[in-house]
Design a protein around this ligand. Structure first.
Ligand SMILES: [Zn+2]
Length: 76
């Protein structure tokens, strides 16, 4: 694994710009760390524990899915 791959990536387009849509409709832009912890993209702060994280969405393509589908190595 390359040292530079600090974040988990969208499996479809390789973007690290991911977000979570809360039930309220609010969008939380996040990065996912290799240990699957989720932090706010802007601040690096951990997201609230009560935020529903079963569906991760990609900000750069139409992909969404569970956390475990993210990749740390981008391959077509
Ligand atoms: Zn994507």
């Amino acid at each position: 694994m390359k040292e530079s791959q600090k974040y988990m990536l969208c499996p479809q387009c390789g973007s690290r710009r991911l977000y979570i849509k809360a039930e309220s409709g609010e969008e939380h832009f996040v990065f996912v760390m290799p240990d699957n912890s989720i932090v706010y993209a802007k601040t690096g702060e951990p997201i609230p524990e009560d935020l529903e994280t079963s569906q991760i969405r990609c900000a750069d393509c139409s992909w969404y899915g569970p956390l475990r589908k993210l990749t740390n190595r981008f391959m077509y």
